[in-house]
Design a binder for this molecule. Structure first.
Ligand code: SF4
Length: 236
């Protein structure tokens, strides 16, 4: 009997085709990239890129958490970790803002920076928006190795579609995440949270302050950017 309700095989084929198209575009831009079919394969690929002894820093990313790479590095116990985002059991930051900021800057001197991006275009541009800027700045001018894990659900046609996705989908969902899980109620007041779409506001708690488009890797940065594109839905 045909299972009409389960679309997982259809999505898998679609994401694979789409991801492989993007990888060709990334390689043309001198951005190392590889396709993995699922999170487990992504985890293996990422761990192979992190040598024992390397200092590893991370940016805020649900995709990174879903793949489980920080837990695996911790379990391996062969790397120093710089993580400003450590939280207690109630979702509150473990460090005060001064210490978090110090760790965010220390992350620039790590050997490896792990993050995701908010959207990736069919022609291989990585589009990311930050509230504080530590993630996007480390991606472009931080550690000598940056590993970016991205679910194929984040593939978009072009930069316009990337920005639309970020402002109309990722930002409100992320703000709701922080309010529900991290005791950050200010996000509930954002116009995009209330309406479900962006009105290009200037709200004091606006988290979309810094927009970075990575268009490629220059000669001096050869091999620095490494994208692991996963054929399943990850992150926001
Ligand atoms: S500009 Fe304002 S309304 Fe638009 S996504 Fe950012 S916070 Fe939300």
């Amino acid at each position: 009997m045909i299972e009409e309700k389960d679309l997982s095989q259809e999505k898998k084929r679609y994401y694979e085709a789409r991801a492989k198209s993007v990888i060709k575009a990334l390689l043309k831009r001198k951005i190392n990239s590889q396709y993995t079919a699922n999170s487990a394969e992504a985890l293996t690929a990422m761990m192979e890129m992190i040598r024992p002894g390397a200092t590893v820093a991370r940016g805020d990313s649900v995709s990174v958490d879903q793949v489980g790479v920080m837990e695996e590095i911790t379990k391996r116990a062969q790397n120093k970790i710089i993580n400003p985002l450590v939280r207690d059991a109630d979702g509150n930051f473990a460090f005060n803002s001064r210490e978090r900021h110090r760790l965010e800057r220390e992350a620039f001197f790590a050997d490896v920076f792990i993050s995701s991006t908010n959207a990736i275009t069919l022609d291989g541009k990585l589009v990311s928006v930050d509230g504080h800027g530590n993630r996007v700045s480390a991606m472009i001018c931080g550690p000598n190795k940056v590993i970016i894990v991205v679910g194929a659900n984040k593939i978009v046609k072009d930069v316009d579609e990337a920005l639309a996705r970020i402002h109309n989908v990722a930002t409100p969902i992320n703000a709701i995440r922080h309010s529900l899980k991290h005791n950050m109620p200010e996000g509930q007041d954002l116009p995009c949270v209330k309406a479900g779409y962006c009105i290009d506001c200037n709200h004091p708690a606006k988290p979309c302050q810094y927009t970075v488009i990575i268009e490629g890797s220059g000669i001096m940065d050869k091999g620095r950017l490494n994208v692991v594109l996963v054929g399943e839905e990850l992150g926001i």
